[in-house]
Design a protein around this ligand. Sequence first.
Ligand SMILES: C=C(O[C@@H]1C=C(C(=O)O)C=C[C@H]1O)C(=O)O
Length: 378
Amino acid sequence: MAEQSSRALDALRDKIDVVDKELLQLLRRRLDLVAEVGAIKHKEGVPIYAPKREASMLAKRRTEAEAMGVNPQLIEDLLRRMMRESYASENDVGFKRVNPDLGPVVIVGGAGKLGGLFAQLFTLSGYEVRILDQDDWDNADALLKDAGAVVVSVPIERTEAVIQRLPQLNPDCLLLDLTSIKQAPLAAMLKAHPGPVLGLHPMFGPDVASLAKQVVVVCHGRDEAAYQWLLQQIQIWGARLHEATASEHDQAMQLVQAMRHFTAFVYGLHLKREHADIEQLLQFSSPIYRLELAMVGRLFAQDPSLYADIIFAQPDALARARHYLARYQEALALLEAGDKAGFCAQFADVAEWFGDFAQQFRNESANMLMVANDSRSG
Ligand SMILES: C=C(O[C@@H]1C=C(C(=O)O)C=C[C@H]1O)C(=O)O
């Protein structure tokens, strides 16, 4: 259908175009200022993400917006989107090198995606980075000889074997890994290397444009003082650190990763077996269902072995999956019995357990749904 226009409408639209162009110029000016901030941060080693500055800036702009009859959420959305752009532009400037005396950083598995991201961040921070990938083992001694830090970033199922395969490192070399389970790799590293050891789990994929606001889980291994520089470096990259024991981490990952991915896998399997017509589902979808479908569908755009690794590497994935099945059967019994009241009672029980988080998640998702809807066209 042709979109309607009239002379009056065209005149107003021309004026809107002028305003939008002004906005664009303002954005350009803001980006230039942010680039200057980036240069100073680079020099002084200030983290790219400044949560307090952001919070006070957002609060002020919200108040001002209200006074001007502008929806405060509108300015907040715009500023948050611009700040995301800031992080990426500050990335490009590079980062202060916290440990100028460190020998080369060797990334085992550096040709992989996550290893590649860390290789890039270390390089942007002025460290000498060497990659030790599958075909480089003949050359391992030379690559590792004077290493200041060795980062193991290989698929989970190979992590322990790779750690065992490493030649003896310098006693003061830092050995760390980025695997998404922590107990077994940490134990293997402590056994293989008498020097400083650290377990990290970056809670993000390799596609992030910057580390700003991302979380890195830190599981201490040995000689914390020897790797403070790295923890500081990661914060300069913009990430937030979350300390946990390896077993706390692995327990949480059961639910956050293994169970969740397994459930998404089953849902995908179910859609296929039911011969669901995705095109049609999308036509009928509400924004929340579209988002859910996206969460499931995106899984199948990735490497199956990545997910197999995450799910199968968890020591009690099987027991957890069985618990989940039992819960499903419990809920199914309510359905079989036509027990609506029982369903509502359980629902209320779970709602009470979620407590304030339920409302918090509702608010958060409302915003996400609006964003998801904004990106629709046609
Ligand atoms: C530009 C800065 O860096 C980041 C980006 C901000 C922005 O775009 O306004 C604000 C705070 C920081 O998280 C800054 O620190 O001022």
